[in-house]
Design a protein around this ligand. Structure first.
Ligand code: SF4
Length: 82
């Protein structure tokens, strides 16, 4: 699956940080909430920028889908950081 960004509008606060950081991929819709503009992230630079935005969203409304390590929805993936 090509990695892609999705926004959960139920938790988006609408401050627009994502659209400011990454205007090629996000905009604020008429409802004042963020929307992911393009679906597929094809380059390593795209994915790196997407990961930055995911980490900066104050309400954790953005998800990056389709990366191998996120596919199962298990962030630890068996690697403990004790
Ligand atoms: S950064 Fe997060 S909370 Fe802010 S507009 Fe974007 S998706 Fe919504």
């Amino acid at each position: 699956m090509t990695p892609r960004l999705v926004v959960d509008k139920k938790v988006c606060g609408g401050a627009g940080l994502c659209a400011a950081m990454y205007p090629e991929r996000f905009r604020l819709g008429d409802d004042g909430l963020a929307e992911a503009l393009k679906s597929g992230l094809t380059s390593p630079e795209d994915i790196e920028a997407a990961e930055d935005v995911v980490g900066c969203c104050p309400t954790e409304a953005i998800t990056l889908l389709g990366l191998d390590e996120d596919e199962a929805g298990d962030e630890n993936d068996g690697e403990d950081e004790d």
